[in-house]
Write a protein that binds this ligand. Structure first.
Ligand SMILES: NC(=O)c1ccc[n+]([C@@H]2O[C@H](COP(=O)([O-])OP(=O)(O)OC[C@H]3O[C@@H](n4cnc5c(N)ncnc54)[C@H](OP(=O)(O)O)[C@@H]3O)[C@@H](O)[C@H]2O)c1
Length: 362
């Protein structure tokens, strides 16, 4: 006689998660970047229908981590995420960020509570300082001369955030784009930090040099952003001039491109050579370049969660597939070797938009 069917249908295997340093938190190895949500000048139009579909599908697939910020589209990203999570908030892990010029002691609570209101929740799982607290980073958010002359101190920011954590409005505290010295300063404040959010992809590997080991030593998890190099590593662009100008401003590209802030020569030749070689490996493996690029980032166990901005359900599903693409150690090493020359030129500086003279991260 055949076995009776199980009473509870078997569920698909759960999406892989990783422990976030020493914090009592586990994150899926892939997270959804919500920068485009709400639509705006940086990423262009973004319909709420697509946002709703991305969030619903992500939750169904076990990708339950969402990264937003108060500055993304002036709060519209948080609003769009909150709307899409209506009725499913408890299934989600939400990270939002406070912008550096809002980190004065007297301001933190107001900005955190405004984020909670936009998100339609009474707590966020992770609350981060979006960029280090110095004039180079503040000037992207404010022209107020007094604030630029006296940026908030890391101690006042973190202590104010910790007060909200103890009230239950924040579950975990984090920092973003903090370099090794800034991380040490933040740790010295003595409040528990769970995460540092940093750029990481095949063409942006600076954190491998010093910062990943420093975060691991301090018991912090790492969120990787820029994982598809804003679409360049998805393979859908064949040349740099096809990319929207706003996406060719990192130190990979010539500093005389419109809106560039680093004034350096860039390394377009080396970047293009690396991309062509990566494409050859992808073709040989019979995989889209994006699958290899995401699988490569995720295969670094020192990165807790890799974020990708998904504009619609199709991109989300492709990214979930990429995240589960097996990558042999030999192919991983080959991909890394291909991009070693770019790493060599761009060095250990993790601010890919600004040069050694005006970097926000150190
Ligand atoms: N902490 C920070 O300072 C910081 C800074 C930047 C970003 N972030 C976070 O990281 C997230 C991701 O942003 P990012 O700048 O790092 O960009 P990214 O994830 O490297 O690239 C996102 C872009 O890649 C394209 N894409 C995504 N999936 C694709 C697919 N399957 N096929 C083809 N193209 C695909 C889309 O481009 P199209 O628009 O062309 O479709 C999308 O807009 C943000 O949403 C944010 O949460 C954090």
């Amino acid at each position: 006689m055949p076995n009776p069917p199980p009473l509870v249908p078997s569920s698909p295997s759960p999406f892989p998660v990783r422990a976030c340093g020493t914090a009592a938190l586990k994150l899926p190895v892939l997270g959804v970047g919500c920068f485009s949500f709400g639509g705006g000048a940086y990423w262009g139009d973004q319909s709420q229908r697509d946002v709703d579909e991305v969030i619903a599908r992500a939750l169904d697939l076990g990708v339950n981590f969402f990264d937003t910020a108060e500055s993304y589209n002036s709060g519209a990203s948080e609003l769009a995420l909150g709307a899409a999570l209506k009725g499913r908030r408890d299934a989600a892990i939400i990270c939002t960020k406070i912008q550096p010029d809002h980190c004065y002691r007297a301001d933190v609570r107001r900005h955190c509570e405004a984020s909670l209101a936009r998100l339609g929740t009474d707590h966020v799982d992770i609350y981060m300082i979006h960029w280090p607290l110095n004039a180079n980073s503040l000037k992207h958010y404010t022209e107020d001369a007094a604030r630029l002359a006296q940026p908030p101190a890391i101690g006042e920011a973190l202590l104010a955030m910790d007060e909200l954590r103890r009230e239950g409005k924040i579950r975990h505290l984090g920092i973003s784009n903090f370099g090794v010295a800034q991380l040490a300063e933040a740790l010295a404040v003595g409040v528990p930090l769970a995460l540092n959010e940093l750029p990481y992809n095949l063409l942006a590997r600076a954190i491998e040099r010093e910062l990943l080991p420093a975060c691991a030593r301090a018991g912090l998890g790492v969120l990787g952003y820029f994982s598809l190099a804003q679409g360049l590593l998805s393979g859908k662009f064949s040349g740099f001039d096809e990319l929207p100008p706003i996406r060719v401003r990192t130190r990979h590209f010539r500093g005389d491109r419109p809106g560039s802030r680093h004034e350096g020569p860039g390394c377009e030749g080396e970047t293009l050579t690396a991309l062509n070689q990566l494409r050859t490996v992808a073709d040989r493996a019979g995989l889209p370049l994006g699958d290899l690029a995401l699988a490569w980032a995720i295969s670094n166990p020192a990165v807790t969660c890799t974020l990708v901005g998904a504009r619609n359900r199709a991109q989300l599903e492709a990214n979930v597939r990429s995240a589960q693409t097996p990558l042999s150690p030999a192919i991983r090493a080959e991909l890394s070797r291909i991009t070693d020359p770019v790493l060599e030129i761009l060095g250990a500086g993790t601010d890919y938009y600004q040069s050694a003279t005006n970097s926000r991260s150190w």
